[in-house]
Design a binder for this molecule. Structure first.
Ligand code: GUN
Ligand code: FE
Length: 428
């Protein structure tokens, strides 16, 4: 008997504007195959499932498990370090810390602990940056529980000595990992300043041949953009580049499997190129938030102009730029920062969609994951429900808002919001 019936209030995200609510909901899934057989109203549950072992979460809320499409697993210890701006935080705290991952034992121990905690806060997939060390990618692959795309950052120039690899080493790792891990590998130029354009161009060819993803950072701060343009306009062939996006375009790393973190300061022309190449943006609101909210103070991503120009986007934590692991904190930050700026349309419903189904689409796994359509995998979270949403008939927006706002005052409380994480029908 590996089939179970779960009773709960179930939220099933469908789009930016639609999330189904089943107050007296039922879900039938197989622990062995990990598949969903039924998700909907209990009163419409087919008779054949009535005798199954029932797990009663009637006073709980169930949502799909979450994806984090941009984070650095090797930055867990710098999440809460003092932040003033991106470039100073990188050189002062982040890079010296990442250098420690040269030690294999340290890296392995960190990966084991980190990914266990990540599953505990409800994240079961995403796109992740390791350090430049070969084993730090291998450790992420070994311990990440769920559907992850992993890349070793490529750092061949303008980096501290202990975090600089030769171009030959970068190419060797690209060749090895892209063949070995295919679509679970992401070619990962850290960002334009630290990766030779020849390496990006070489990597793009190899990545595309092996159906790998590509991930990097783009237009996160004004200083960074000036730095990039200053550097590249001195490089033969790049003298006339007009923008950061053009730098990446010339290196051929844009495309439908490319995930660019941030994209806060994009011109109309840059958005045009991103749209045309089907490049995705991963918005990381907790990392971009003001310094007093423990972010890097980078600015507010303009989701409306990206949507208007047909650019796909999803949410990421950017750990350690983002201070907390939980994607619920990221959803909160997305809604609250836009609310504060009086920008409409940044709802919790949208935030959940951009952390579940949309993210699965970007990872190219939405046929099997991302929400509770029949035959998809049973990847779900059991959440405590606040008293304010007792009874029935509340909208998805009201339910999500109550759950997420409850932890807003003490953000570390998001770490214990998730009671259980189920991945492919198995409780983790
Ligand atoms: N740009 C280049 N490297 C990084 C990083 O580690 N974090 C963030 N937020 N931006 C970057
Ligand atoms: Fe990042």
């Amino acid at each position: 008997m590996s089939k179970f019936l779960v009773k709960a209030r179930i939220l099933n995200p469908i789009s930016d504007r639609k999330c189904c609510v089943y107050d007296d909901g039922a879900m039938v899934f197989s622990e062995k195959k990990g598949e969903i057989y039924y998700c909907g109203k209990f009163k419409e549950l087919p008779k054949k499932y009535h005798s199954l072992t029932c797990i009663d979460y009637s006073d709980r809320v169930i949502v799909p498990a979450l994806y984090d499409l941009h984070f650095h697993w090797v930055q867990d210890d710098v999440r809460l370090m003092p932040k003033a701006s991106l470039l100073s935080w990188l050189s002062q705290y982040t890079w010296p810390h990442e250098a420690k991952f040269k030690n294999k034992k340290f890296s392995r121990m960190k990966a084991q602990k980190f990914f266990k905690r990540l599953a505990g806060v409800g994240t079961i997939g995403g796109a992740v940056f390791s350090s430049l060390h070969e084993h730090s990618l291998e450790h992420a692959i070994e311990f990440a529980c769920g559907d992850y795309v992993v890349g070793n950052v490529l750092m061949t120039m303008n980096s501290p000595k202990e975090l600089t690899q030769t171009q030959k080493n970068a190419k060797t790792l690209i060749d090895k990992f892209s063949k070995k891990y295919q679509s679970s590998y992401a070619l990962t130029p850290r960002f334009a300043p630290t990766t030779h354009p020849e390496i990006m161009a070489y990597g793009a060819k190899v990545a595309k041949k092996n159906k790998c993803f590509i991930q990097s950072h783009l237009c996160e701060t004004q200083n960074e953009i000036e730095y990039v343009l200053g550097l590249y306009r001195k490089i033969p062939g790049f003298e006339k580049v007009k923008s950061y996006v053009e730098v990446y375009e010339k290196c051929q790393i844009l495309g439908k499997k490319t995930l660019m973190g941030h994209g806060i300061y994009l011109s109309k022309d840059e958005r045009k190129i991103l749209s045309k190449t089907k490049t995705k943006i991963i918005h990381c609101p907790t990392s971009n938030a003001p310094v007093k909210e423990r972010g890097l103070g980078s600015g507010l991503f303009n989701f409306k102009s990206c949507e208007r120009d047909g650019i796909d986007w999803a949410l990421g934590s950017d750990i350690g730029g983002g201070p907390f692991l939980s994607m619920f904190d990221v959803m909160r930050s997305f809604v609250m920062q836009n609310e504060k700026a009086e920008i409409s349309g940044a709802t919790y419903t949208k935030a959940l969609y951009r952390t579940t189904l949309k993210s699965a689409e970007i990872l190219e796994i939405s046929r099997t994951s991302g929400n509770f359509a029949a035959k998809k995998f049973a990847n779900f979270l059991v959440l405590k429900a606040p008293k304010s949403i007792g009874g029935t008939g509340h909208s998805a927006e009201k339910i999500l808002s109550a759950i997420i706002k409850k932890c807003a005052k003490k953000r570390s409380a998001y770490d214990s919001l998730v009671e259980h994480t189920y991945y492919r029908g198995n409780k983790l």
